[in-house]
Design a protein around this ligand. Structure first.
Ligand SMILES: [Zn+2]
Length: 263
């Protein structure tokens, strides 16, 4: 099982070795901005690296919204990031499920996701797996709770789409981690990546505030159980830089290794 961390984008491979990580996730541009990613000077190095690479799309992207001034640039930016992620050999592009505004019809939001995949298919394809991530907050989210996720997957139909399960977002979003992997798989059929984070916010608080694995409101054993059940690569998006994330990665390796040895 490959375990890694979300790191600064300047030199992801150096960040990986500083944490003894087998995978890294990073942004290709300002996560709060609308700028398309620039080609990277280290693209050849990244493509040849042993470390698995994941790219996280900017937070501003919301392809579900009924506001066309957000939706249209969102799907363009998502495609630009997917193609830039493909150019560095990334295993996937992670994007949040998005939401519609209060009073808007959620069905249109799910259909906007379908349109996004159709648009990409008509524009040469994403070129990299798109992993939709569950989110923590909001009453009109497409991927906070499993009932919404089921409608999203129905809308996406035959389009090839992956799933990234964030343990902080699930807990803060109001989905119990116990047995969650089976409940998710019943909807999506797959889990491609686990974001292993503890949560500063309480269960169902709606707060997206990550904590180190031995901190926060989630029993770390539950995070380990989710990872083991998912059998997917893991990225920690926890605070504390090299020290904090390095300790989280070491904790997971020890716990997962111990459980595998005694299994
Ligand atoms: Zn996450």
């Amino acid at each position: 099982m490959r375990i890694g961390a979300h790191v600064d984008s300047s030199d992801p491979l150096a960040e990986a070795s500083a944490r003894a990580a087998e995978a890294v996730q990073f942004f290709l541009s300002d996560p709060q901005g609308w700028k398309a990613p620039k080609p990277r000077a280290d693209a050849d190095l990244l493509r040849a690296a042993e470390v698995d690479l994941y790219v996280h799309a900017p937070y501003v992207i919301n392809v579900a919204t009924l506001n066309n001034r957000i939706r249209i640039p969102s799907r363009k930016l998502l495609l630009a990031h997917a193609q830039a992620a493909a150019a560095i050999g990334a295993k996937g592009l992670i994007v949040h499920g998005g939401h519609v505004n209060a009073g808007d019809d959620p069905a249109v939001g799910f259909d906007n996701w379908r349109k996004t995949f159709a648009y990409a298919a008509d524009s040469g394809g994403f070129g990299v797996p798109i992993l939709i991530e569950n989110t923590a907050g909001g009453d009109n989210a497409c991927a906070r709770r499993l009932d919404a996720l089921a409608r999203l997957w129905d809308a996406l139909g035959d389009h090839e789409v992956g799933f990234c399960l964030d343990t902080c977002h699930a807990h803060a979003g109001g989905e119990d981690l116990l047995g969650l992997v089976d409940r998710v798989r019943a909807v999506t059929g797959r889990i491609d990546l686990v974001h292993a984070n503890n949560s500063k916010g309480a269960f169902n608080s709606g707060q997206d505030r990550h904590d180190n694995l031995d901190g926060g409101t989630i029993d770390p054993d539950l995070v380990v159980a989710v990872i083991r059940a998912a059998g997917a690569p893991v990225v920690v998006e926890t605070p504390g830089g090299v020290d904090g994330q390095g300790a989280d990665i070491a904790f997971l390796r020890e716990r997962l290794g111990a459980e595998i040895r005694t299994a």
